[in-house]
Design a binder for this molecule. Structure first.
Ligand code: NAD
Ligand code: ZN
Length: 359
């Protein structure tokens, strides 16, 4: 199971590094039709960061509300079509926001050069041509989307990423000042995504020295941020969380996620639950798979007074539970890692339905 994975071309890390964007973009501006597309989380509309963009009047700026739903294939197709027909081919795409905006920027940069709907390219190495230059600036940390090889999209049939070497950002700017305003519940849910990435990466057949080293360091940082003597949303911890998120992403890139992510994909696809929140909802009930991790996650939530709902499955129909179990069942790479080579003998739609009934 050797992997030959593509890393980000360039990374700048540090407080205030957002200001470097102008010089980074300067020599790209002459490419294609000489303008940039900025996709920015709508939280920043009218805020200081929105006003500090190094954008010229020829650039296209789109503030996107990511709260109604996770990024969809249709959303990417419309954004691409609208920009191509009104302005032409951008010199590059700049994404400023959380995992949702990272994925929108990555996906649209690929779809500018690949014909048809993004739905056609959900999967591994289905993209035919390199996309255009793309730069990511995370403003909430945990998903690892800033470093990963995939742009996760929900399509009419599946929730699956556009995954290939060209998906990876050309440039990432990691400025911890940008995550200071994240509300405590989102800070926890998204941070717990990296924690769960590491626990799942560590506990499975595909774990190895490479994935282990990143997971170990990322977990150490998570423990300092959420449970340490100086736990909480401090500038020091924001620095650490940005690095932990990236390392969690690198760990799973060379290993795999597991049971929690399989269940989480079902919750997102069928019930529209957000990825990081859905992970927390599922992970709290997986003691038999990740005992110590579950106890520690609960301790982190309790320390920061964030509670998760219980008894959710009582409100779900058997049809919904079956549909979620089918989504989860169809992620064999996650079960292979979590359960082992004969996983598909041990894991059935019915056994996955039982896992959902715990929630
Ligand atoms: P998000 O982008 O969905 O944003 C969550 C919320 O935080 C939004 O309400 C947003 O407005 C707010 N927000 C963002 N930055 C803020 C700031 N600085 N201050 C205040 N509020 C801020 O969050 P996420 O949890 O980072 O991303 C989830 C998405 O990431 C899902 O769509 C999931 O599928 C995707 N994901 C992708 C990968 C990958 O490898 N590509 C991995 C995991 C998850
Ligand atoms: Zn995740």
């Amino acid at each position: 199971m050797l992997k030959n994975f593509k890393n980000i071309d360039k990374v700048i890390f540090g407080r205030g590094s957002f200001a470097a964007m102008e010089s980074i973009l300067a020599d790209k501006r002459s490419e294609n039709d000489h303008f940039f597309l900025f996709v920015i989380d709508h939280y920043f509309k009218g805020k200081d960061l929105g006003n500090r963009l190094p954008a010229g009047k020829e650039d296209v700026i789109r503030f996107i509300d990511v709260d109604p739903h996770e990024p969809t294939t249709q959303q990417i197709d419309s954004l691409r079509d609208e920009v191509l027909s009104s302005k032409g081919l951008p010199a590059g795409v700049i994404g400023i926001g959380g995992g949702s905006i990272m994925d929108i920027a990555k996906a649209v940069s690929l779809m500018f050069t690949n014909e048809g709907s993004s739905e056609l390219y959900q999967g591994l190495n289905l993209i035919k041509k390199p996309g255009i230059y793309h730069l990511g600036v995370p403003t909430i940390s945990g998903t690892g989307a800033e470093v990963s090889m995939t742009a996760v999209l929900t399509g009419p049939v599946k929730k699956l990423g556009l995954k290939c070497d060209w998906t990876v950002f050309n440039q990432v700017i990691l400025d911890p000042e940008l995550i200071a305003t994240v509300p405590v519940d989102k800070w926890l849910y998204t941070g717990m995504d990296t924690y769960i990435h590491c626990i799942e990466s560590e506990n499975g057949t595909l774990n190895n020295a490479f994935s282990h080293a990143y997971a170990e360091e990322s977990l150490k940082l998570c423990r300092e941020i959420y449970l340490g003597e100086h736990a909480g949303q401090t500038p020091d911890n924001d620095d650490k969380l940005m690095v932990a998120s990236m390392m969690g992403g690198l760990s799973l890139t060379y290993s795999e996620v597991g049971v929690c992510h399989a269940l989480s994909y079902g919750l997102s696809k069928i019930l529209g639950e957000k990825h990081c929140y859905a992970n927390c909802i599922a992970f709290q009930h997986l003691e038999d798979y990740y005992g110590e991790g579950v106890a520690e996650l609960k301790q982190m939530l309790a320390t920061h007074k964030v509670t998760l709902p219980q008894g959710l499955s009582k409100g779900w129909t058997d049809l919904q539970i079956t549909a979620m179990a089918e989504v989860a069942y169809n992620l064999p790479h996650m079960w292979l890692h979590a359960v082992g080579a004969d996983c598909m003998k041990k894991i059935t739609i019915d056994s996955i339905k039982e896992l959902y009934r715990r929630l």
